[in-house]
Design a protein around this ligand. Sequence first.
Ligand code: SF4
Ligand code: SF4
Ligand code: FES
Length: 254
Amino acid sequence: MAEQKVHLKIRRQDGLNGQAYWQEFKVPYEPGMNVITCLEEIRRNPKTAAGKPVAPVAWECCCLEEVCGACSMRINGTPQQACSALVEDFQQPITLEPLDTFPIVRDLIVDRSEMFRNLIRVKAWVPIDGTYDLGPGPRQPAKEQTWMYVLSRCMTCGCCTDACPQVNDRHEFIGPAILSQVRLFNAHPTGKMHAGVRMDAVMGPGGLTECGNAQNCVEVCPKEIPLTQSISELGRDTLAYGIKRFFSKPDVEM
Ligand code: SF4
Ligand code: SF4
Ligand code: FES
């Protein structure tokens, strides 16, 4: 009986300014294999479907359990994690492309630094490091912990940003994941002390008003983070904050 194969079509590019091109590969099928397993097989034996030796395909992964966000790519056109993408769930040939929103480093590897720069821009952290002990912090009801935990599962994988039509060369929109993190840190018992600084950031250029409410983001998030809910809650909060800011002094700087 002929060996069962997985047929892959991969968009490749040597670097940021290189020319994109497609190559096809066929790797032996094994039950339960995922897209990373296929890419590992191509790395072991870098030959096209026609048998031509080529440079191994470049891609990234780390955790292999949908936690680090490194293996994001477009699989059959949809941004998702390659480590949790089971071959049997896809129609063949399976097309692999780099995320479109970020600069290409090589083949399927993109540079997601912009997301991390945006997290810095909105101060998505709780400032607990200092020269003195801040103590245990206020207690938090279990109900709040539950919904905040869902938001905290964001792995900055970039899938939502890739799917969002508002993140492009014409806008400086920071994207849905960053807005959701603002909601998370503003709700944190210690983080909320600096909520105003974050609100100022999301009310500025590239912030909340750039969202066109297309809802593509929430559909692709592998962690099922309620991004559009975060965005609408944040919209309500910015309205209240705007009124408060109008009548009071600026918030504390971090
Ligand atoms: S709802 Fe907003 S953030 Fe989400 S995809 Fe649409 S425009 Fe982008
Ligand atoms: S919100 Fe979801 S899709 Fe967006 S970066 Fe976080 S985990 Fe990825
Ligand atoms: S390798 Fe970490 S999310 Fe896929």
